[in-house]
Design a protein around this ligand. Structure first.
Ligand code: FE
Length: 285
């Protein structure tokens, strides 16, 4: 099997979004820092309520999916469809904006640690205008499995095989065939995962440093950076220096033109202008 190399590192940058939430953005910090179909990845992580308390008051989206995955803290999602989702530690929400959604994501705590991720996944051109959909995924719905080399994995989307046993996440059947897993390794442990050869893939190290790639060409990925993987059938990841936690994401690339304007991601400039006009005229959703 060909082993994927760590091809490119996208260092996260400190920024803020929403009403003033401090976060680190790796994918999505520029128009070229994307891994088709993944558009953006933010990590928010703070013990200081001033960094998160303002939250994300009502705002629109069109043309893609957002996935929020919480490690610590408590957030409430509400949208124009009437969905209310309580996001708890270890839980996730999978929102398909489609033609349009207006939602808010507000912290439900005034102190303590808030930590999690928001990922944006593009939709194929043919699905950008489909009806909006929201799914609340409770922590106990995300399967967890012990890894043969030590550590554990949680599967949010797609399926993997661990010790000869299939572990399937709650999110299945996407046309991008996205895989979203959260892996924790003790110091010195190795992790290997087969990935479809034609799929894009990247690793986000949220805790500790990693060594990625075949034995002859391991490259280092530092905490809070995203590492884009080369083509290949398998990835090998080593927690060399201490315990580590990382997200591994893979999906079928779309190859579509991407035109983004803030919370709208379409294929052409005309479609973006339409989205802006629809939002202005209350026709987005
Ligand atoms: Fe949003």
């Amino acid at each position: 099997m060909t082993i994927r190399h760590l091809q490119q590192i996208i260092r996260s940058v400190a920024t803020s979004d929403g009403a003033g939430v401090s976060l680190r953005r790796s994918l999505g910090q520029s128009q070229t820092a994307r891994v088709d179909p993944f558009l953006m990845l933010d990590e928010f992580s703070s013990d200081d309520p001033d960094d998160y308390i303002a939250g994300f008051p009502p705002h629109p989206h069109r043309g893609f999916e957002t996935v929020t995955y919480m490690l610590d803290g408590h957030m409430l999602h509400e949208d124009h469809l009437g969905n209310r989702g309580d996001l708890l530690p270890g839980g996730a929400q999978w929102m398909t904006a489609g033609r349009g959604i207006i939602h808010s994501e507000m912290p439900q705590q005034e102190s303590g640690r808030m930590r999690g991720f928001q990922l944006w996944i593009n939709l194929p051109a043919a699905e950008k205008m489909k009806p909006a959909h929201y799914r609340d995924i409770r922590p106990e719905e995300i399967p967890q499995a012990a890894l043969p080399g030590g550590g554990e994995v949680r599967v949010i989307a797609g399926r993997i095989v661990v010790d000869g046993r299939e572990v399937a996440g709650p999110v299945q059947g996407l046309s991008t065939e996205a895989l979203y897993i959260d892996v924790r390794l003790p110091a010195g442990a190795n992790f290997a995962q087969v990935l479809p050869a034609g799929h894009s893939a990247f690793v986000y190290a949220y805790e500790g440093n990693l060594s990625i790639g075949p034995a002859g060409d391991p490259r280092r990925l530092s905490a809070q950076d995203a590492g884009v993987l080369s083509a290949g059938e398998m990835v090998e990841i080593h927690a060399e220096e201490g315990p580590a936690g990382f997200l591994l994401l893979a999906a079928r690339p779309l190859g579509d033109a991407v035109v983004q304007y803030g919370p709208f991601v379409m294929n052409t400039r005309e479609e973006i202008e339409q989205a802006i006009a629809d939002y202005r005229d209350n026709r987005l959703v």
